[in-house]
Design a protein around this ligand. Sequence first.
Ligand code: GDP
Ligand code: MG
Length: 254
Amino acid sequence: MPRSGAGQIVLIGAPNCGKSSIVAGLTNAKVHVADFPFATGAPVPGMVPFEDIQIELVDMPPITADYSAPGQVGTYRNCDLIAIVIDLSADVQEQLQICLDYLESRSLLVDNETPAYDSQGNVLGKKAFCICTKSDIAKSGALENLKKLCKYPFEFFEVSAVTDDGLEGLSEKLFKQLGIIRIYSKPPGKPADMTDPFTLPVGSTVMDLATAVHRQLAEKLKFARIWGTGVYDGQNTQRNHVLNDKDVIELHFS
Ligand SMILES: Nc1nc2c(ncn2[C@@H]2O[C@H](COP(=O)(O)OP(=O)(O)O)[C@@H](O)[C@H]2O)c(=O)[nH]1
Ligand SMILES: [Mg+2]
């Protein structure tokens, strides 16, 4: 699955749990919503707009206790974040178990036992969270039950594709889950391009931005000025200054 946008989030869940409906609700992707299982046969990417960036959300074929599509695992290995989709109107324990078994048996989840990297240095564990669907027809106590059953510190977001409850706020939650910040680069003496930010992991520094802007020139960074959070406008900053979402940076190379 080729990647685009500021981050890629891939859905996992049982047949009919509402995966395609989420992608249909948040993106313009032509996904197939159907009331029969296995309507989605291959990964289908869609772009979720959030303010001035796009987040890629990938609809997936379902998994069951004894079936998953061949090649599906590669899509999970390459993504930034996994969204476990649980239908609150069905058996939440069974669905959670199937998803966790699939992910754990392939070392796809971050936990205390799974090392972060394999012996070749490939990243193993992915961050994950839960999207809980069909809140309009949820069994009473289903969400509380699910939270109690889950041993991972996931966040749980409740949505309904029928009433749209929770869908509008979901794009911001996807952004927060991705753990990225947006930085606007400003050429000296010119206004910043506020339409097309660089996206970097939370915790990135001025030097990380310089590397993202121009890998070859980065070592020649002389100084940078910053407009944003926790600084005064146009303040000179160090290479190791940690950036915040929506900071504007003017890089000066020697
Ligand atoms: N009541 C209700 N039905 C939903 C909701 N989301 C999906 N469905 C229905 O559940 C069925 C399966 O949805 P779909 O998105 O295709 O599930 P997928 O197999 O996981 O991709 C369809 O009949 C949808 O209309 C929801 O939030 N509420
Ligand atoms: Mg589907």
